[in-house]
Design a protein around this ligand. Structure first.
Ligand code: HEM
Length: 367
């Protein structure tokens, strides 16, 4: 019990550290960024302009303060319109951060996490389909729920693959593909990403309303948290339709990260609404941080929905689960289904209806 609690604490601490680390670059790139090393002569001039500026900052209490900060970020007079700005100092800061430490941190996280999941699986793999199936099935997800889930999942996978190509393609694909092929791969990825993004938002909204009611936390969820979900001990903790882990994925992933990705994605996707380059750069930092956390979370979700919890995948693929699986993994929901308090179609035998033998070709006369 203590080992599990420590493991949960460690995971929570690691996640908090990851979140903080992913936020750091955005803070570091704050305006004005005094530590930025000038890369060009133009930038040197810009730093000079900033230093010489006689426009006083109005202070944090004043609504115009942010605007002064932003406008100072551009080469030109204070108050210059974005359209007249030829070189923007923040652009270089963004470029060096995005291609340097941010890409390194993101790439490392995206490689290390699947490796850690694999190590976890080797150390604490659950027994195959335990308890043994009865052959009696309970409906868990109806057709609409499954379609919404898979539409969100497929759009998410498309965005993850194309997003990774946009971000790392130049480093990992261009060298062996060459410029001609890679330019096609990159442009197709970009357009797919731009179009699938809004579709993903629609799917996420449908997902939110479809599963909201079953995702409110209640007191019993605390038991699941205290037992670390039984992921290490393989003990079954009583849970309702969704357990605390699934609810955390709903609120932290679908809702919070979904919001971050949607808002920043729309800012990046539709650039004709007057957003400045500075806003685009900030949206990009947040988009990358959100994407990294979301992809890492999805890896955990996929593991727990397949190898980490045998029997769970069938629920989303076919819509039903075995009675014993429901009893072990979601005991409170199982009781509700049995008493008729929750829909689930009751418990029914899984035996397929007898299939009449198909009439085959009539054997010809023996020779
Ligand atoms: C939730 C899943 C998503 C993931 C994993 C994801 C991932 C990424 C990644 C890794 C990048 C590359 C960032 C860079 O190279 O600097 C990117 C860029 C971008 N994303 Fe997303 N994204 C997601 C959702 C969205 C949504 C919902 C939209 C739009 C509504 C969107 C629109 C964009 C745009 C416009 C870019 C910039 C492409 C460019 O460089 O021209 N993304 N995304």
């Amino acid at each position: 019990m203590r080992v599990q609690l420590n493991a949960v604490r460690l995971i929570v601490a690691l996640m908090a550290a990851l979140l903080l680390a992913s936020m750091l670059p955005a803070a570091w790139a704050g305006v004005p960024n005094k530590d930025a090393v000038p890369a060009y002569a133009e930038e040197q001039t810009m730093l000079q302009v900033e230093g010489d500026s006689r426009v006083r900052d109005t202070g944090f209490g004043n609504a115009t303060s942010g605007k002064v900060h932003m406008d100072r970020h551009y080469l030109g007079q204070y108050g210059t319109k974005e359209a007249n700005v030829i070189v923007q100092r923040g652009g270089n800061t963004w470029r060096t951060l995005r291609n340097g430490p941010i890409a390194l941190a993101t790439g490392t996280i995206l490689l290390v996490v699947p490796f850690l999941i694999f190590v976890f699986y080797r150390a604490f793999r659950p027994p195959a389909l335990e308890p043994s199936p009865t052959g009696r099935r309970i409906t868990r997800f109806n057709g609409w729920e499954r379609n919404v889930h898979w539409a969100t999942a497929y759009t998410f996978i498309a965005l993850s693959i194309t997003g990774i190509i946009i971000m790392f393609g130049k480093n990992i694909m261009l060298p062996w593909m060459g410029h001609t092929v890679f330019s096609w791969v990159a442009i197709i990825s970009k357009y797919v990403h731009n179009v699938v993004g809004p579709l993903f938002i629609v799917c996420s909204i449908l997902m939110f309303f479809t599963f909201l009611r079953r995702n409110f936390f209640n007191r019993i969820d605390w038991q699941w948290v205290k037992a670390g979900g039984g992921l290490v001990s393989h003990k079954h903790v009583p849970a309702g339709f969704f357990n605390a882990g699934e609810k955390t994925w709903f609120w932290g992933g679908v809702v919070m990260l979904g919001l971050v990705m949607s808002v920043t994605g729309l800012i990046l996707d539709f650039v004709t609404f007057g957003q400045t380059r500075y806003v685009l750069q900030m949206a990009n930092y947040l988009h990358i941080a959100g994407a990294t956390l979301y992809m890492v979370g999805a890896m955990g979700h996929i593991y727990l929905g397949t190898y980490g919890s045998p029997g769970a995948y069938q629920a989303m693929r076919e819509g039903s689960v075995d009675e014993n699986w429901a009893k072990a993994h979601h005991a409170l929901w199982y009781e509700d289904v049995k008493s008729g308090a929750a829909p689930g179609g009751g418990v029914r035998p899984d035996a397929p209806p007898p299939v009449a033998p198909r009439p085959g070709p009539t054997p010809g006369p023996a020779h």
